[in-house]
Design a protein around this ligand. Structure first.
Ligand code: CO
Length: 426
């Protein structure tokens, strides 16, 4: 099972070049396992035995209603995010400079920008068309390295190794698209990639991504090297967990959100009503009273990448809590509530992991290094629900090329299955 899960992960990482592609890939994985798509705009009078709900382009939930009503058993909820730091095309992105065509891009989230230089970059996103009277969004992917952010030569930047590589985020983050004169028409190319004709779409989003494929690495094949591991690795683990479980007594909900790296404040982000709306509709037969009773019996697991200790930067870690790659899922704790974990929810997740034969590690920040955050506290606050923040250990978080351990992936999937199946009572 472990080799297969990791192999599936590599394919998922390669195909999920934007949050929209990650959500579409999730939808197709789940559809193949019998999940029926239930639009938010339809009436939910009769619920399928397993179904998906989507909002926007990059947010999707999978639901398996339990044998007993939610107000008796609560929900078992698992959340992760489909987005990742990147560069995105500005409006009117193509301009001319020194005989070249270059792209205007905006920075999305918090990438380690230096890692985006000298990579072979492609463009993917969503194109908007009017088809048979309706506005439709079509994902597209140019699938070839059409542009590159080039570093200046060492000879023109002599201090780079002593002073570090520095750049201006507006003047120097301009990927080179080609030379003049040019025949390449970006809008027409996107139109062709979206649905086969060369008509420029009404509008499009454009996300740059590194075309290097995910691979197994390390002397013994113990690592995964890839872009987008934060947080597509946890999205994939959640999908692997939910696609295989049988309906239990409690209702299982997996929710993969867009917009986390931009603060979650969008119509489909973790700060939106998306998950609340689903839970309320699942409690329709018992009304808001049933919803409140359900929430009080529920537990949420928020899964996002965790910081493994770096062998050459070990001092960045707190002394007693140093997660290692392939050491098992990490439970994250923060006194300022930047993570949602409490003593109770930590105990709960440790029991899930233990039921699956998996050992956990813990992470806490040093007091002199500010802690990151996740969708855990946002959702826990919105829903008034107990939650625990967990994640697989990784290095180079927010680099264009990250790394994680292969052994952690199946362990996390097993712990997630124990959670979603509701075998651990609260
Ligand atoms: Co993340």
């Amino acid at each position: 099972m472990s080799d297969k899960a990791v192999k599936n992960l590599l394919g998922y990482l390669d195909r999920s070049v934007t949050p929209g592609h990650a959500a579409a890939e999730a939808a197709s994985v789940l559809a193949a396992r019998g999940f029926v798509s239930l639009p938010e705009s339809s009436r939910w009078d009769e619920l399928p035995a397993r179904f998906t709900v989507a909002r926007g382009t990059g947010t999707i939930a999978a639901v398996i209603p339990g044998a007993r009503p939610p107000e008796e058993t609560g929900f078992r909820i698992l959340c992760a995010h489909t987005d990742f730091p990147s560069l995105r095309l500005k409006p009117s992105p193509v301009r001319e400079s020194e005989g070249c065509r270059v792209l205007g891009v905006e920075i999305y989230g918090g990438p380690i920008l230096a890692t985006w230089f000298d990579r072979d970059l492609s463009i993917a996103g969503t194109a908007v068309r009017r088809l048979a009277g309706d506005l439709v969004q079509v994902p597209y992917d140019l699938r070839r390295p059409v542009c590159r952010l080039a570093t200046p030569a060492l000879h023109l930047n002599r201090g780079v190794n002593e002073e570090g590589f520095s750049f201006n985020k507006e003047e120097n983050i301009c990927p080179i698209l080609g030379l003049l004169p040019a025949s390449f028409d970006l809008a027409a190319e996107i139109g062709r990639a979206a649905d086969g004709d060369g008509q420029a779409p009404l509008a499009f989003s454009g996300h740059l991504y590194d075309t290097q494929r995910a691979s197994l690495g390390g002397a013994d094949g113990e690592f995964v090297f890839s872009g987008r591991l934060d947080n597509l690795a946890m999205c994939h683990a959640a999908l692997e967990a939910v696609k295989d479980i049988e309906p239990g007594e409690s209702t299982a909900v997996v929710c993969l959100f867009d917009s986390e790296e931009a603060g979650s404040g969008t119509a489909s982000g973790a700060g939106s009503t998306f998950l609340d709306d689903i839970l309320e509709r699942l409690c329709a037969s018992s009304g808001r009273e049933g919803l409140f009773r359900s929430r009080a019996r529920s537990m949420m697991v928020s899964a996002d990448g965790a910081h493994a200790v770096h062998p050459c930067y070990a001092s960045k870690h707190e002394r007693a809590n140093r997660p290692v790659l392939n050491g098992g899922p990490v439970v994250k704790v923060n006194a300022q509530e930047r993570y949602a974990s409490s003593a109770l929810s930590q105990a709960y997740f440790a029991e899930c992991a233990s039921a699956a034969g998996v050992r956990c590690q813990t992470f806490v920040s040093r007091n002199d290094i500010p802690c990151g955050s996740t969708i855990g506290p946002i959702l826990s606050t919105r829903l008034g629900m107990a939650a625990v923040d967990v994640g697989d250990p990784m290095l180079s978080m927010h680099s264009v090329r990250e790394m994680a351990g292969t052994a952690d992936h199946p362990g996390m999937i097993a712990a997630m299955k124990a959670h979603l199946s509701g075998i651990i009572r609260l």
